[in-house]
Design a protein around this ligand. Structure first.
Ligand code: ADP
Ligand code: ADP
Ligand code: MG
Length: 678
């Protein structure tokens, strides 16, 4: 086995490879770009080498520099992770020439599978079933049009060099073909440097089912069962699970053997994935009527490999290392078994409501569910390469973390994933976490009616959903604020529920709050009751919801709120003026509006500025005769154990201060006179 390896990647996959290496007592070398100088993957390795600028072409794609780093640090082998150089046959060859082991398949196998059209020609010879289509070398547009007409519509034009869901066009009818071809070729030449395309029948309501294969240098090749990756957006995977729901033993074996044939046809060594598109000719509930066709082979470790690890109890990176070191596969086909069910969710920095546009920013809050054990058959596993305070930069892809769960059954795994997602708290960067929970909750997903259009099909329930609702959001934001105003000696769980005495001295009085929720203004009125209790009214007029409000806080700052007939445990984080509320049933955001500045608006009409609640005048920021601008701070009051700034509601001139610092004032007392400019 190797003594030291270099990991030519970043983020979660570099951390994941490093973890296995550490377990096997293999030393690791990280490489990093400027943007990643303090990244987790650098810390996860024993030593590190700086590559260059933040853009991949200046760092993670500089293979001469990576090879030099391996030589300089005495690494014997290079693990390429996925993406970047993992499917670059020139890099694989250069490693060999430099006397380094490339932890991946032989360069010839990468080359053979690198272009979709060529690989399909090879697969045809190997007897692997193909989607009806055209994958010839002749790229004459008229010939391509004739082929599409022969195949029938809808047809799919694919860039032969494409990947990552890019370079594909669905063509609905013959008249649209020429324009779609031109646009596909443009994208293909720009993104992949080649405009060669192939044409496939566009399979309706298909599933994406792929087979994990593994080969060794002794000529063994096995399949580690399937993964269903049908839930996709923009032709990219979002949720992946294993085994595939509804899969029959007979079909698993047929697909597994077809995948092994595909791998053997290119003398495959190491971890690979054969992707199939599956036609559900008998509908969702007729697995026996599923037809599978080869789509492509990915000659690397796949993002979603952890679900296979979860159901087989194996560490695929360990297998990669053993095979690369010349050892035989640790297990034979008949020794491999499926245990239970696993699902992975890709947590991405993106905005589902804006066509999944990737997002960037700082992980102001990053909390994740407790993990049971690392790798293998853990029940909840988080693979990530980030930490709280870190940046999601525009240089690399938008995946923040992968959450992988395992259960005895699909239903158990699904419930566990939902609960684990509820414990993922991210503030500062838009993410798909709530969206993923929405997908899990759809009837289609829950009942395993899977196909690649699931998200489109469930559009009506998936987008713009509000999991918490207004009353709870308001109660949470108010609880967060007033708990912050209480003395900090709260101990024991939910002690606020027992803490009624503190209010008695203040008597009963109302405190107005204002919020913005989903772009709409919301008024709320909190009443401190004489007996120490709280009473909350949310909204005005017909839709008003009112009742007692009980609040408390655990030592871990988690908040407990009881309002409107239900008790909730919440986490609330205030960031950039917004309260981010996380509850077991979902998360939402609500914006407190400065009620005091706001209150001034109406009360200042006659030039009066009044105390919105009983309290003490702390200071005046102005004196008589000062001209002030709208929004400028005029006075600071202390009430509810918190300081409140009273701001000018409009431009004007201060005429008179009516109190002095230290004075106690009652609610409604006029603090100063302001002459508002015309
Ligand atoms: P998987 O099939 O393992 O889910 P993805 O298609 O999501 O893989 O891609 C895995 C990684 O590889 C991602 O970081 C993606 O950006 C990158 N990737 C995939 N194909 C290409 C390609 N042709 N060129 C560059 N990067 C790619
Ligand atoms: P990439 O290299 O980008 O991963 P693939 O060929 O694997 O490209 O296709 C990506 C996705 O596009 C598939 O998972 C599937 O959702 C869809 N797709 C590909 N080929 C077809 C087809 N012939 N019919 C219907 N959908 C397809
Ligand atoms: Mg693919």
């Amino acid at each position: 086995m190797f003594k030291k390896i270099l990991i030519a990647n970043r983020g979660e996959i570099a951390c994941r490879v490093a973890a296995t290496a550490r377990r096997l007592a293999i030393r690791t070398v990280a490489v990093y770009s400027d943007a990643d100088a303090h990244a987790n993957h650098v810390r996860a390795c024993d030593e590190s080498v700086h590559l260059g600028g933040s853009a991949p072409k200046d760092s993670y794609l500089r293979w001469e520099k990576i090879i030099a780093a391996a030589k300089a640090t005495g690494a014997e082998a290079i693990h390429p992770g996925y993406g970047f150089l993992s499917e670059n046959e020139d890099f694989a060859r250069a490693c060999a020439q430099a006397g380094l082991v490339f932890i991946g398949p032989p360069a010839e196998a990468i080359l053979a599978m690198g272009l979709k059209a060529e690989s399909k020609r090879l697969m045809e010879q190997a007897g692997v079933p193909l989607v009806p289509g055209y994958h010839g070398a002749d790229q004459n547009p008229e010939l391509l049009q004739r082929e599409a007409d022969r195949i029938g519509y809808p047809a799919l034009i694919k860039a032969s060099a494409g990947g990552g869901g890019k370079g594909m066009r669905i063509v609905e009818k013959s008249e649209d073909f020429a324009a779609a071809l031109a646009s596909c070729q443009r994208e293909a030449i720009n993104s992949f440097g080649s405009d060669a395309v192939l044409i496939e029948k566009y399979v309706q309501r298909p599933r994406h089912i792929e087979i994990q294969v593994f080969g060794d240098t002794q000529g063994n090749c096995v399949y580690l069962f399937e993964r269903d990756c049908s839930v996709q957006r923009r032709h990219q995977k979002v949720l992946e699970e294993a085994p595939a729901p509804g899969m029959t033993e007979a079909m698993r074996q047929q697909m597994g053997e077809a995948a092994v044939n595909a791998a053997r046809a290119v003398n495959y060594v190491g971890a690979g994935t054969v992707e199939f598109i599956v036609e559900q000719t008998g509908g969702y509930d007729a697995p026996e009527a599923m037809k599978f066709y080869f789509m492509e082979m990915n000659t690397r470790l796949q993002v979603e490999h952890p679900v296979t690890e979860a159901i087989t109890g194996l560490d695929l990176v360990e297998w990669q290392l053993r095979v690369a070191a010349g050892e035989p596969l640790p297990l034979q086909q008949e020794q491999l078994q499926i245990h239970g069910h696993a699902i992975e969710a890709r947590i991405c920095a993106e905005n589902p409501d804006n066509n999944f546009l990737p997002a960037t920013g700082t992980l102001h809050v990053y909390r994740k569910p407790a993990q049971h054990t690392a790798f293998q058959r853990s029940r909840v596993r988080v693979d990530d390469g980030v930490r709280e305070g870190g940046e999601i930069s525009p240089f690399y892809d938008s995946m923040i973390a992968k959450l992988i769960v395992h259960g005895a059954t699909r239903a158990e795994a699904l419930a566990r994933l939902d609960a684990a997602l509820a414990e993922v708290h991210i503030v500062g960067v838009a993410t798909n976490v709530q969206f993923l929970r929405g997908v899990l909750a759809t009837e289609s997903f829950a009942q395993a009616k899977l196909d690649t259009a699931l998200i489109e099909r469930e559009r009506a329930v998936l987008f713009k959903r509000e999991p918490l609702g207004l009353p709870l959001a308001v109660a949470a934001a108010i609880a967060q604020q007033i708990l912050g105003e209480w003395p900090q000696n709260v101990s024991g769980p939910a002690s606020g529920f027992d803490r009624r005495d503190g209010w008695r001295a203040l008597g009963s009085y109302p405190r107005p709050f204002a919020f913005e929720f989903h772009g709409e203004p919301v008024q709320a009125l909190l009443r401190y009751e004489g007996n120490g209790g709280l009473h909350l009214t949310v909204g005005e007029g017909d839709g008003t919801i009112a009742g007692p409000l009980l609040i408390g806080q655990f030592p871990d700052r988690r908040i407990e709120v009881e309002f409107h007939g239900a008790r909730h445990t919440l986490d609330v984080y205030v960031h950039q003026g917004q309260a981010h509320v996380f509850a077991p049933q979902g998360a939402t955001r609500i914006t407190p509006v400065d009620r005091l500045a706001h209150a001034g608006d109406t009360q200042a009409e006659g030039g009066r500025l009044t105390a919105p609640m009983p309290g003490k005048v702390v200071s005046f920021a102005v004196k008589a005769g000062d001209t002030v601008a709208k929004g400028q701070a005029l006075a600071v009051m202390e009430a509810m154990k918190m300081e409140h700034t009273i701001a000018a509601p409009a431009d004007g001139t201060v005429q008179e201060l009516l109190y002095a610092p230290g004075d106690q004032v009652t609610e409604g007392a006029e603090l100063l006179k302001l002459a508002v400019s015309a």
